[in-house]
Design a protein around this ligand. Structure first.
Ligand SMILES: *[C@@H]1O[C@H](CO)[C@@H](O)[C@H](O)[C@H]1NC(C)=O
Length: 512
């Protein structure tokens, strides 16, 4: 009897570790689908993991996984939940929410490595702006010109008022307020005036930046004068106002607005050909296409790496760089990938960087581009001439090696090749638009449980944590025109008390 008992428990142990009988484990699980459920393990642990269920498959969300929302790069999983642990997405569950992810089926369960969350295919839409309510800071798209009651109601989701009036109830779904996601096709930033231009001018979104043609209609394309900007002429240091009649492509989140709903847009591309004079600052650029061909398993075909976009100056040289993050301190450093210049034929200002060079690896959470000659702070508090972007969800974004021989075992996603997942990214400091960054926070370590092949990556040996070396950051180097108002921001890391600290900036050069 005793013997039988032992055999019985051995059999149940085997059953538990082989819950599902599959031909091989691990295998890749790339998936896009509707979210039917989501949980957080510990809502008071900012870096907590949980689970997400899409199309009926429940996937483990490891601790330390930072999700991508449409315009933000690194949102903690727990930020998608209320303090009581229930899901906190606008209009959930009346409106569909989706996840796109890269996970592996490993050890008998699905475990995620990268997750994108968005509402209903991003409500991607296009049409003419047919009316603007300056009082409310909202506009209508797809109605009848001048009719304030027809068309879809849209606001710019902007918790800090970068592009117009503040709309900050849903900061996780906000526009990118640093590398503007509210822009003309060329990359020139656009805005919605905070006051009715017929009554008063918005100095940061001035009507002079949309000159009129001889019929009194706003021009949909022009080139700004080289500096110095003459009185009353369009000023490339300031954003350009959106106007009735503009054709826009926009994406956003449907959010409640009283008894109604409204689209809170996180990205707008206005069909405007706004260019800056050759070789002048400020000039602007944007990334339109971003994909990483991961140099992984040789059983797979490696995709090309592409960084492509537009600039307002077709004579600019564009520098392209990966942004490495120190897993202990969170400090960022740039690693050059090369340069690109706009095409001489085809669309004006379009630049393309394509490479299969294995030395581009390791791939980082974000990629940056900058106009050679430097970025410049503008009165709207953005860095003109610089654009930082995370990888978007499939079909662009991270492209894993694709199986060379059909029928061979599928290649699991090699998350070990991505240091921001395998090693982590330093202290969690928060700082979504409209919320202050904290001076210190828990360390974002490797994903746990580890979703990749092989054993979990070895812990990074961080220098003595007690005390951490204090880091004072005076912000990036700035180049500005004389007379431009610049806000300098200093910050500290690693929990140095801020009282008694002072920051010092020095002007290191001045051109004639
Ligand atoms: C939840 O997280 C908080 C904050 O990190 C921690 O103090 C607490 O012990 C955790 N609770 C459980 C049950 O692990």
């Amino acid at each position: 009897m005793r013997m039988l008992h032992v055999l019985g428990s051995l059999a149940s142990l085997l059953a538990a570790t082989r819950a599902v009988n599959v031909p091989y484990d691990p295998s890749p699980f790339p998936a896009t689908g509707y979210i039917t459920a989501a949980t957080v393990n510990n809502a008071s642990d900012i870096l907590s993991g949980g689970t997400i269920t899409i199309n009926g498959v429940t996937v483990v969300v490891p601790r330390n996984l930072l999700v991508n929302t449409p315009s933000l790069t690194a949102v903690a999983w727990s930020e998608l939940f209320k303090p009581d642990g229930t899901i906190d997405l606008p209009l959930w569950p009346e409106v569909n929410w989706e996840a796109a992810m890269y996970a592996n089926y490993i050890g008998g369960q699905h475990v995620a490595g990268i997750i994108y969350i968005l509402q209903e295919v991003g409500n991607a839409n296009a049409g003419f702006i047919t009316s603007i309510d300056y009082e409310k800071g909202e506009f209508r798209v797809g109605g009848s010109i001048g009719d304030a009651t027809s068309g879809r109601r849209v606001v710019i989701n902007d918790p800090i008022g970068r592009f117009g009036k503040v709309h900050g109830d849903w900061p996780l779904w906000s526009a990118d307020t640093e590398s503007p996601s509210i822009q003309a096709s060329t990359g020139f930033p656009v805005c919605l005036p905070r006051v009715d231009p017929a009554v008063e001018d918005d100095p940061l979104c001035p009507k002079k930046n949309r000159p009129l043609d001889s019929n009194g209609q706003p021009l949909t394309g022009f080139t700004f004068d080289p500096p110095p900007v003459a009185e009353g002429r369009p000023d490339p240091n300031l954003f350009a106002p959106l106007m009735v009649g503009d054709f826009i492509i926009y994406s956003g989140t449907t959010v409640p607005d009283g008894d109604d709903t409204i689209i809170a847009a996180y990205s707008i591309e206005a069909n405007l050909g706004l260019y800056t004079a050759h070789g002048t600052t400020p000039a602007y650029l944007r990334i339109e296409t971003l994909q990483a061909g991961i140099n992984g398993n040789p059983a797979g075909e490696i995709a090309e790496t592409r960084v492509e976009g537009y600039t307002t100056d077709e004579t600019a040289t564009i520098q392209i760089f990966a942004i490495d993050v120190n897993p202990c301190t969170g400090e960022e450093s740039e690693r050059s990938w090369g340069t690109a210049v706009p095409r001489q034929q085809g669309r004006r200002g379009q630049w393309l960087f394509r490479s299969s060079d294995a030395s581009l690896s390791p791939y980082t959470r974000e990629v940056g581009v900058r106009i050679a000659g430097g970025a410049i702070a503008t009165p709207n508090q953005i860095m003109a001439g610089q654009y930082i972007s995370p990888y978007p969800p499939a079909p662009d974004g991270i492209i894993w090696p694709e199986l060379n021989v059909f029928g061979d075992p599928q290649i699991p996603h090699e998350f070990n090749l991505l240091p921001f997942l395998a090693q982590g990214s330093g202290p969690w400091l928060g700082g979504i638009p409209g919320k202050a960054q904290t001076a210190t926070g828990p360390n974002v370590g490797p994903l746990d449980p580890w979703p990749g092949v092989g054993s979990a990556p070895a812990a990074v040996n961080c220098p003595s944590l007690d005390p951490l070396a204090p880091i004072a950051s005076a912000g990036m180097d700035l180049t500005v025109f004389t007379g431009t108002l610049v806000t300098l921001t200093g910050s500290t890391k690693n929990d140095i008390p801020s009282d008694g600290l002072s920051f010092l900036w020095a002007q290191i050069s001045q051109s004639a």
